[in-house]
Structure formats: C-alpha cells, structure tokens
Design a protein around this ligand. Structure first.
Ligand code: HSE
Length: 406
C-alpha cells in the first residue's frame, strides 16, 4: 500500500480522489500490486457528508510529519503556499505530483534538482494540456530527437470562447461565463484571457524541449481580450479561424517563443481543434511532425493525468526519473525578429487614399472585404514584428492586427 496526501479538494483534487477510488483495481495492477490509498486531504474547508471528511486535515504539518505518506499531490494552484509545501515535502523524502503550471514554470528546475538529489520524483504531467500526455513524451519518447518547433493551443478556456464566438457568434462574456461554470477557467480568469496560463505552459514545454530554463517572464504574451466578432468575420473571410497559439521554435541557434491570437488556416492541424480541446504540435528534426490532442482542462481529464503521475511515482519509489531542465536560463530571440503575415484593419473615410498610404508603406498587399463600413483591411507580406510595428505607427488608425500562422 502506498499512502498519498492530496493538497486541495477543488475541481482537480476531488477528481483525483474519485479516480483513485473508482479505478482502484486497475491502478493496483499498473503499480505492480501496490494499492494507492488517500490518507489525507488538506483543505481549508470541511466536507460534511462527503466520504473524504475523515481524511480532511487543516494543518500541513500532519502530512509532512507522517512517514507513511510517500507521495504528495499538490492541486491547489498558485505559487504560494504550494511552493513552500512542495519543497518541504521533497526535503522530507516524499515524491510530489502537481498540476500547478505556475509552480512548475517558476520553480521547476530547483524542485527537479531536489528530487534528483534525494532519489525522489517531481512529476507534473497535468500542468500542461490537461488530460493530454505531453510532458512524458517530451521527457521520454522524443529524447532521440532534436525539437525544432512546438506550437499549441494550450488553454482550454480561450479555445472554448473563440470556438463558440466563431461557430455561434456568441458574445465573449457569455461564453467566458460558460467556460467558468464548466470548471475550465482559472480562479482569476485574466490568467486565461490575457494569455498568462498559455505562457507558463509553453515555458514549461520549451524548457523540457531545449533542456534549459525558459523564463515565462521573457515570453512575449498577448491574450484574446482584443478579439472582436468583426476580427472573427475577417478571419472567416480569408478562410481561417482565430486561435490563441503558444509557439516556440528554433531560429538558427536561438529559440523564439510567443503567445498570441493568430489566424490559422485549414491546412494547419490546429485549425480543427475546437471547444475545450488542446493540441500540441511538435516538429522534430528526425521524427518530423507529431501532434498530441485531447481535453485541455476539466476535472476528470486533468485528474487522470495527475493519477498517472501518482502511478509513475509509486512505480519509482527510491529511483529518480531523469528530467533534463537545467536552471541555466535560455536567452530567447527578440520577438521583433519574428516574421509573420498580418491581417490589418485600419479606420478610413477615404478608401483610395488609405490604400495608397498602405501600399506606400507595405508594398502591394491583398485587400480583404468583409462588408464593414469605415475600414480598410489588408494582409501584409511576410514582415518582421519590429518593422511591422514601425510601419503601423507611421500609417496610424490601426483598429487591430492579427498574425497569420504560416
Ligand atoms: N484554465 C486552464 C485552461 C485550465 O483553461 O486551459 C487547465 O490548465
């Protein structure tokens, strides 16, 4: 029997308890005959009438000082007190499984180093892509390769919102509320909407893919708050869907990472990824293109990933599963060097005059018409971000601009 403690009985924590009890026999087989038993649940609240009530503790020291607890599952979210609790658990000889991307992005290398030193494990499959296995593939299955690009839809909430806005023409706030009610959104929805959640996730994936520390604070990040139904109309006009993409790719010796809404065309596999689904596209030098797809958020998909890590930790008591993520910081390529085509909307009361100005600055461009009065919209040729920004400033009157994924 392996005793575990679950820190946080929210959406994911309750899912973890549900899967461990509902799938007990199968899990026992997968661990080689060791039963996983939830000994404690740490939460501020009590849960009268719930079968876990007897296991609820409010004092973390009870868990920390119980030598029978071999694995701590941290599903509270946020950096503190999660970081302190996780570090204390590792220093007390307990392996840790977490779904907490904020914690992993901020302290991954340090926590991995402590777990290695103490022959323990710090596992975080559920921190990226909810139920999709992506950490283990990067860490174990694709190790013979050299990763050249990772592009993904890494936030279920914003994908749900953008998909519904595209399909049903629903308003941003109504759909966001639906996503929150379904338990997809972060406690602070701006983490989803402003791209911070996707930013932390691509930082984690990039760190694992390139073996050095990609600091999430260095990643250029834009969210979807500025995407309107008119932008979606223009995207449809050119046969695309707007998706919040998190990308990380090698450009020469450097890595360029960014998070931004982009227009994705039907020839890209990410085009058809809708609702709460996430997908991660990986391009390796030898393997070519690989795609991972599944539920990116939600109670049971995320809890399933957490429990798979618990099984892995139980199978590796006394052995560290090697993860290469050095604390040495990877200097990212300046985002000004990123090249894209842009769809640009400019306010105008004289279309011919605006067209002349646009052509003077950007060369011959393709005009896009979506039946919107008082605007001139066009698609640039491939242009670096820095140059685009300067030319847009000179043009003036830009209502919005959206990158087009190559
Ligand atoms: N808020 C996150 C999302 C949850 O919507 O993807 C999963 O990390």
């Amino acid at each position: 029997m392996i005793n575990i403690a679950v820190l946080g009985y929210g959406t994911v924590g309750s899912g973890v308890v549900e899967i461990i009890s509902g799938n007990r026999d199968n899990i026992k087989k997968r661990t080689g005959g060791k039963e996983i038993s939830v000994k404690y649940v740490l939460d501020k609240k009590d849960f009268p009438g719930n079968p876990i009530q007897d296991k609820v503790v409010h004092d973390y020291d009870v868990i920390l000082n119980d030598p029978e607890v071999k694995i701590v599952v941290e599903v509270m979210g946020g950096v503190e007190p999660a970081y302190t609790y996780v570090k204390q658990a590792l220093l007390k000889g307990k392996s840790v499984v977490t779904s907490n991307k904020e914690l992993v992005a901020a302290h991954g290398p340090e926590l991995l180093a402590i777990s290695k030193e103490n022959k323990l494990n710090f596992l975080f499959e559920a921190s990226v892509g909810g139920g999709i296995p992506i950490i283990r593939p990067l860490n174990q299955s694709l190790t013979a390769d050299e990763i050249e690009e990772i592009s993904g839809i890494l936030n279920g909430t914003t994908n749900y919102v953008l998909s519904k806005m595209t399909k049903e023409g629903s308003s941003f706030h109504t759909v966001l509320k639906e996503a929150q009610d379904l338990g997809y959104a972060e406690r602070d929805p701006s983490a989803d909407v402003d791209g911070h959640d996707a930013c932390r996730k691509i930082a984690i994936l990039s760190s694992l893919a390139f073996g050095m520390h990609v600091d999430f604070k260095d990643i250029y990040t834009e969210g979807i708050a500025n995407i309107s139904d008119i932008d979606i109309k223009y995207a449809k006009e050119i046969g695309g869907h707007i998706k919040l993409l998190a990308t990380s790719e090698k450009i020469g010796d450097q890595v360029l990472a960014m998070v931004a809404p982009m227009i994705v065309k039907p020839d890209n596999p990410l085009y058809s990824v809708n609702d709460v689904f996430n997908a991660i596209f990986v391009r390796g030098r030898y393997i070519g293109d690989v795609m991972f797809y599944g539920s990116g958020a939600g109670k049971l998909p995320t809890a399933s990933s957490v429990v798979s890590d618990v099984v892995d930790a139980a199978k590796h008591i006394g052995t560290n599963i090697m993860t290469i993520w050095s604390s040495k910081k990877l200097d990212l390529c300046d985002v000004k060097r990123a090249k894209h085509q842009f769809l640009v909307r400019v306010a105008t009361d004289d279309e011919e005059e605006t067209k002349k100005q646009v052509t003077g600055l950007f060369g011959v461009v393709r005009q896009v018409r979506a039946g919107i009065d008082g605007e001139f919209a066009f698609i640039t040729n491939d242009i670096e971000e820095g140059e685009f920004k300067e030319k847009s400033r000179q043009l003036g009157g830009v209502i919005n601009r959206i990158r087009i994924k190559a």
